[in-house]
Design a protein around this ligand. Structure first.
Ligand code: SF4
Ligand code: SF4
Length: 385
């Protein structure tokens, strides 16, 4: 995979070729519920297919490229923002484009991740409904047919795609479905997101009427591939179900993430997409309650992934001295029933005595329950019965 094809495409003149397969269109069902007779088996096979695709991502991306690229469809492989912006500048210049039609940027992770609006503003490119180029978020790449799947297409249509001279699509390396048979299952599962339930889905392979440029962006996703456990996070559908049930996310909200990703799966991904150092706080915020896994439609083992990421943090970056002391004290406390059963005053005293003031300066300790552990446990059991 290289950019030679893309470069030669930009430099070449007019080309006409029929695409080998016509685009297809699917109507979406209403609502976000998954409606299959044998839902469990369907979802389990879909999950296996997703995992298989991520396990063989390099082959799947090559397969997509072989099936998609032709004289009208060009791929630009971008390792980061800079590559995307360099490619876009060349594209804008070659097309003599003065304006762009953008979809709703707020509902697109990739456009927010790239800060595409700011790029266009800096390049003095106007936003216009009938812009010289149209930008799209490519939700998934179908590697077996070389098609692009677009979701949530309120204001788009195949006619808009095929009759416009220049379409530019953006996606990331993990957004691949290896088998087109799964598109309707995929749509059902992601339509949980509000506003997506009744939208059309478009599958687009290209057309002789238009030139299509596809940016496939890494932006650190490949860092997630190194660890077998962590790489499963790339299967995430970004459906948002886990955000709605995570007690930590519901309490702290999006602010600590300061990123387009937030919630349980972001706890796993962000330390790799950004840096361990800047996202260690979200990695340790998880209480391991497991609610996210209960609702995840593809059964991602989020807790195992968070534990694996914590291990990596310790192996790669090490812990601060104060954090090591904190963990040692917590281990002593949690493995001793008599210490667990001490009053909140004593627990606080012990924590204060053994943990340096350095830790207190950077962390706020949650107050202990006034009841002893035995009392709280007894109450819990009574409520359960
Ligand atoms: S296991 Fe962690 S990430 Fe998942 S819901 Fe519980 S606190 Fe949130
Ligand atoms: S981890 Fe699961 S529930 Fe959460 S957004 Fe991804 S697919 Fe949805």
């Amino acid at each position: 995979m290289n950019n030679d094809y893309y470069n030669s495409f930009l430099d070449s003149s007019e080309k006409v070729i029929e695409s080998s397969a016509g685009p297809a269109r699917f109507k979406l069902g209403e609502g976000g519920e998954v409606k299959f007779n044998d839902a469990e088996s369907v979802i389990s096979r879909f999950r296996a297919s997703l995992r298989n695709t991520i396990e063989n991502l390099d082959d799947e991306l090559t397969r997509f490229e072989n099936n998609f690229a032709n004289k009208h469809n060009a791929i630009f492989w971008a390792s980061d923002y800079n590559d995307v912006f360099e490619g876009l500048k060349r594209l804008i210049k070659s097309q003599k484009a003065k304006s762009v039609r953008l979809p709703n940027v707020n509902s697109s992770t990739i456009f927010r991740e790239l800060g595409i609006k700011y790029f266009l503003r800096d390049e003095k490119i106007e936003l216009a409904e009938d812009g010289d180029m149209q930008f799209f978020n490519a939700d998934r790449l179908l590697s077996d047919t070389g098609s692009i799947l677009l979701l949530n297409q309120t204001n788009n249509s195949l006619a808009r795609l095929t009759n416009h001279k220049t379409n530019v699509f953006f996606t990331t390396i993990d957004r691949v479905l290896g088998n087109s048979d799964w598109v309707e299952v995929f749509q059902q599962l992601v339509s949980y997101k509000s506003g997506c339930g009744k939208q059309d889905m478009i599958i687009f392979k290209g057309s002789a009427n238009c030139n299509n440029y596809l940016f496939i962006i890494d932006n650190q996703r490949s860092q997630l591939l190194h660890n077998k456990e962590i790489r499963q996070s790339l299967c995430c559908l970004q459906c948002g179900r886990c955000n709605d049930v995570c007690p930590v996310f519901q309490t702290i909200g999006e602010e600590p993430y300061n990123n387009v990703f937030s919630g349980p799966i972001a706890n796993v991904m962000l330390p790799y997409l950004e840096t361990m150092e800047s996202y260690r706080h979200v990695l340790y915020a998880c209480t391991m309650c497991g609610r996210c896994e209960e609702v995840c439609p593809i059964g991602l083992p989020i807790r195992d992934m968070i534990v694996a990421a914590r291990h990596s943090l310790i192996e790669e970056d090490g812990l601060e001295k104060s954090e090591r002391r904190m963990l040692a004290v917590m281990r002593k406390m949690l493995t001793s029933r008599s210490k667990m059963n001490a009053s909140s005053f004593i627990k606080r005293y012990l924590i204060g005595k053994f943990i340096s003031s350095e830790y207190h300066r950077s962390h706020r300790l949650t107050p202990f329950s006034k009841e002893t552990f035995n009392k709280s446990y007894k109450k819990f059991i009574e409520n359960e019965q």
